[in-house]
Design a protein around this ligand. Structure first.
Ligand SMILES: Cc1ncc(COP(=O)(O)O)c(C=O)c1O
Length: 442
């Protein structure tokens, strides 16, 4: 049986509803909603793939070696010899897994991580928990209480889910338009509720752009609201600007608040180590009294199992590598990404990326072509994230390229050549295409 309880051979979702109609109301609705994605998952080699091996940023799926442009390991720490070699000593000292919930007891490694993280971010304090999802689901309901949440209309699904938990506990939700601080201002002006929480992404996981944090923070402060920002993709990639920077991403990878030269007044920053730091851990940067509150009120601190020791080790070692070589890696990342963006510009192909950050979404001219386009990329040895409906609205169906510092120039060449072929076949939207303005479509 497959995971959702279909009979063997029943993974062609198109055939399923008739078979089960009326029989399983708890699942029929979802089978119908996820029909396109399920069909793609069942038939496409670039979905739900089993990766049989890796060699640098090349991955093997069955007999096929492919250049991986679906990895969030932006700095290449997953492959960094210095970090890999440092892990066994931590395992010798601590075993593989502490297993206490954090309230019960935390290896001193946690204290070391929080101290170093707080210093890197320049925040008042910070608390780490296993994942960002844990944080959203537990912290958003606490901060929102029975007040009002102002939710970015394109917020990441995990933020949205955290807001739904808050709503179940009495919070109200209002949605503001993507990248539109004026609309947020309007909604806040009209709101009487004194408890106001604004939830939004930092660097957007699809467009690759960062919001104008300065403008949003200003609106938040003007209206006595707390701005809660999830910068899963920005942490490690962008950071404070200054004369020593090696590229426009800025220095130290200390995230979107510092990148915009903002303070943490009325701002709470959430981020994770599972992308740039190639580890399983996440954080919230917040005032100490909020941290103390979370230690007694956020369920994952009280009840969840902790991150494995290898994750704590790779975070600590990652801090060292970031300090010594991070800015060089960010320059490499910037240059590799620039090659991809320049190639798209020469082809006249549309992408919402205007930031130069390493997330490059490429929408299709016809959403129904997603399977064939993905197959061509796969056949040319290029592995990307397929953004199928209902993961994205139909007019945004396409694929997402993620570049990492560990991708070689030869891999970028393969990617650019495949993009050229897709453009020549008229599969991609063109820049300036009226339908192509994804962000306005939100
Ligand atoms: C913006 C954003 N937030 C949260 C998450 C989930 O992070 P985690 O795996 O730490 O729960 C992701 C994962 O892709 C993400 O892109």
């Amino acid at each position: 049986m497959s995971r959702i309880g279909l009979p063997p051979g029943g993974s062609n979702i198109g055939a399923v509803p008739a078979q089960v109609a009326g029989g399983r109301p708890w699942v029929d609705h979802w089978l119908e909603t996820c029909r396109d994605l399920s069909a793609l998952k069942a038939s496409h080699p670039m979905m739900d793939a089993v990766v049989d091996g890796v060699d640098g940023r090349m991955i093997r799926v069955g007999d096929n070696w492919l250049a991986d442009f679906a990895s969030c390991n932006y700095l290449g720490f997953d492959l960094d010899r210095e970090i890999i070699d440092a892990v066994p000593a931590y395992l010798e000292a601590w075993g593989t897994h502490p297993s206490w919930s954090r309230l019960l007891g935390s290896p001193v490694l946690y204290e070391q991580i929080e101290d170093r993280l707080t210093a890197l971010l320049g925040s008042e304090d910070s608390l780490v928990l296993p994942t960002i999802t844990h944080i959203h689901m537990s912290v958003i309901p606490l901060l929102a209480a029975s007040g009002t949440i102002f939710l970015d209309s394109r917020a990441h699904k995990t933020i949205y889910d955290g807001c739904q938990v808050a709503r179940a506990r009495g919070a109200a939700i209002r949605r503001f338009r993507f990248e539109d601080p004026d609309h947020l201002d309007e909604l806040l002006r009209a709101e009487r509720d004194p408890t106001r929480l604004i939830c939004m992404d930092g660097v957007n996981s699809m467009t690759g752009n960062a919001p104008d944090v300065r403008a949003f923070a200003q609106v938040a402060r003007e209206h006595g609201a707390l701005l809660y920002v999830d910068d899963a993709h920005g942490f490690g990639v962008i950071g404070e600007r200054g004369p020593g920077e090696t590229c426009p991403y800025g220095m130290r990878g200390n995230s979107v608040v510092r990148h915009f030269g903002e303070s943490y007044d009325n701002v709470v920053l959430v981020g994770g180590f599972s992308k740039s730091y190639s580890s399983l851990l996440a954080f919230i940067a917040c005032p100490t009294d909020v941290k103390d509150l979370l230690k007694v009120a956020a369920s994952p601190y009280l009840y969840s199992g902790p991150s494995p020791v290898a994750s704590l080790a790779t975070v600590l070692e990652g801090f060292d590598v970031n300090e010594r070589r991070g800015d060089d890696l960010r320059r490499t990342l910037f240059e590799r990404t620039e090659r991809v963006l320049d190639a798209l510009a020469v082809l006249g192909v549309m992408t919402p990326n205007r930031s130069g950050l390493p997330i490059v979404e490429v929408p299709l001219r016809d959403h129904r072509r997603i399977g064939d386009v993905g197959q061509l990329l796969f056949d040319r040895g290029v592995y990307v994230t397929l953004a199928a409906y209902p993961l994205v609205p139909k007019h945004e169906v396409g694929f997402r390229i993620q570049v990492t510092a560990a991708n070689t120039d030869a891999e970028i060449d393969m990617l650019i050549s495949a993009l050229g072929e897709l453009a020549a076949r008229d599969e991609l939207r063109l820049a300036g295409d009226a339908d192509g303005r994804l962000e306005q479509a939100a």
